[in-house]
Design a protein around this ligand. Structure first.
Ligand SMILES: NC(=O)c1ccc[n+]([C@@H]2O[C@H](COP(=O)([O-])OP(=O)(O)OC[C@H]3O[C@@H](n4cnc5c(N)ncnc54)[C@H](OP(=O)(O)O)[C@@H]3O)[C@@H](O)[C@H]2O)c1
Length: 256
């Protein structure tokens, strides 16, 4: 067997939350490209279905688009059950759905804090809890939590977001220990600054953009496709002895 075979995902089923655009879309496409059937979600069913159709056409894999708001426990449980039913299993969960509301602590609103924590942190907990029993029973599973450089370092105006992503790292470690005896690994995939909708305020402001670029030793913002290899690695047997870890995909931002 070639080492490259360890990266194949044939016969696996993945659920990628928020997989209709941005980093989640790149991850969903990568997992399908590596052989997995993929369910992906958006809060809007039509956006999820369109993205699933596009990835199915491109990769030839079975793809399912489902409406999901990770803030809603019942909705999460329905989406997990439907994925298992329609795609005949579930092996890989990617907790990717996320929002960022940029406010200084001087003006931070309770509603912003609640939305960011409820989506980025509690949402990942709800999805992980909903799949944990199934993964335990089959004795193999992967949970990938999309963290951030802000799991480790600060940037001004990010109190809610940085708290959610640092919390996600703590949850990654604890859940890794809960599930380690059952053949399930749990890791964080931590991107730097990528060219997606969530960063529109940075991409639209040349001065702000220059300031960010100065922080990136590799000299460019991430293209979503640059996350694909790391996602497939953490989802596959190639990462079988890695759990509770954080993999930085940040162009070197956090090593300075
Ligand atoms: N881009 C970066 O530089 C960067 C860096 C570090 C970490 N990240 C993280 O990477 C993940 C993806 O971000 P992105 O850059 O791809 O941003 P994006 O293009 O804005 O995508 C965010 C995704 O999350 C979904 N979403 C938002 N709120 C949701 C909710 N309550 N329930 C379910 N889905 C929800 C959105 O779906 P709908 O709006 O269609 O419902 C969308 O698919 C996030 O967790 C983000 O924090 C991004």
């Amino acid at each position: 067997m070639s080492v490259l075979d360890l990266f194949r995902l044939d016969g696996r089923v993945a659920l990628v939350t928020g997989g209709n655009r941005g980093l989640g879309h790149a991850i969903a496409e990568a997992l399908a490209d590596a052989g997995a059937s993929v369910a992906l979600t958006s809060r809007a069913a039509d956006r999820a279905e369109a993205a699933a159709g596009e990835i199915a056409e491109k990769t030839g894999q079975s793809c399912l688009g489902l409406a999901l708001d990770v803030r809603d426990r019942a909705n999460v449980e329905v989406v997990v059950a439907r994925t298992i039913e329609k795609l005949d299993g579930l092996h890989i969960l990617v907790n990717n759905a996320g929002v960022n509301i940029r406010e200084s602590i001087l003006e931070l609103k309770d509603e912003s804090w609640d939305e960011v924590i409820d989506t980025n942190l509690a949402g990942a907990m709800r999805c992980s809890r909903a799949v944990a029993g199934h993964l335990k029973a089959q004795g193999w599973g992967r949970i990938i939590n999309v963290g951030s450089i802000l799991s480790f370092v600060g940037i001004p105006n990010r109190a809610s977001y940085a708290s959610s992503k640092a919390g996600l790292l703590g949850m990654t470690r604890a859940v890794a220990l809960d599930l380690a005896p059952h053949g399930v690994t749990v890791n964080a995939l931590c991107p730097g600054v990528f060219k997606t909708e969530i960063n529109r305020p940075i991409l639209n402001d040349p001065e702000y953009l220059k300031e960010f670029l100065r922080q990136v030793p590799l000299g460019h913002l991430g293209e979503p496709a640059e996350l694909k290899g790391a996602a497939v690695f953490l989802a596959s047997d190639a990462s079988s002895y890695i759990t509770g870890a954080a993999l930085m995909v940040d162009g070197g931002w956090t090593v300075q």
